[in-house]
Design a protein around this ligand. Structure first.
Ligand SMILES: [Zn+2]
Length: 126
């Protein structure tokens, strides 16, 4: 009896819930499908998509840069659109931490491990 009451009460509870749905003003026909995201994008998002299509898979220079010789005469160049950038150096291959440091424009900087870094200007996306 208790079990039957619980089933009935749960049926009533689910029946009384209002249906939630949203609508959109944009409609697409089945023949055309969803439009190309490039056509919908604007501003910096569109510029980023165009750069990626042109072959630049790192438009914000966020990928890790492999150190070269990294001497004072030939430092590892770090691109930036600003006057300074935070750089992380993994000093040793097996290191479990990153040595973070500020790198300022016009001032090559030496990490504690001996590698040199230099900030080079790069045009911003906008
Ligand atoms: Zn280092």
């Amino acid at each position: 009896m208790t079990c039957r009451l619980m089933v009935l009460s749960s049926q009533l509870a689910f029946k009384s819930l209002p249906r939630m749905f949203t609508t959109s003003a944009v409609r697409f026909s089945k023949e055309e499908g969803f439009p190309d995201p490039l056509d919908l994008a604007t501003g910096i998002e569109k510029k980023e998509m165009l750069l990626r299509l042109a072959g630049n898979d790192d438009p914000y220079n966020l990928k890790a840069i492999k150190r070269g010789v990294s001497t004072i005469d030939k430092p590892t160049e770090i691109p930036s659109a600003f006057e300074a950038r935070i750089v992380g150096c993994v000093c040793e291959e097996d290191a479990s931490h990153v040595k973070w440091m500020w790198l300022h424009s016009g001032e090559p900087k030496r990490c504690m491990c001996g590698h040199w870094f230099k900030l080079v200007y790069k045009e911003p996306l906008i």
